[in-house]
Design a protein. Sequence first.
Length: 205
Amino acid sequence: MFDNQTKKFCSAVVDALPDIPENLMQAWIESPVRLQEVLKTAICPVAEAGQPTLRLLIPSLIIPATDGRQTLALANAVFTGWIDPDLKNWDCDLPDEARPETAVNVHELTVDATFQQMFGEGKVRLDKSCLTQGQIIQFVTKYHKHLHPHATFFLFKSHGEFFVARVSWYDFRRLKVNVNHFSDDYVRLADHHYRVVLPQLALKP
């Protein structure tokens, strides 16, 4: 079932369609993947190459040293609103490495972007952009006032694969955490002013 906003959007798209010959309609019906690509490009434009996707919002917050034993899947005392079961389903509930005290910056999304555009691409760049799950928990615990109500994103790595944790407020009193694959190409909209937390040196070459 579609929610009310989605119904309104679909109706607006249909109303805006030009006159389309029946043979062209049929061609699109038979090419759903191509149709999806065209709609995505037209409706969800993303950042152009070289265009910055983030702006610095809050610099130099310090995350205390972590021992690598904390995982998001088991942080029930922190995420009392909800914990995504995919953290366990995707084997993201494994212990991580210990980390020393680390400085991080909070950024704000400035243009519509995918995770690849928020965090960059290439293993070296991504490794620099990662926090451990323990560091994410420490940040959320210590700096919860700097979290966006609907989405603050953190990149982390588990069993050699990159994931993105999304922390948000369940009812402005309880926190919840979701997880997505880094490869998820859904476009997050800049109009929402979502936040991204990165190690302080992550954006330096």
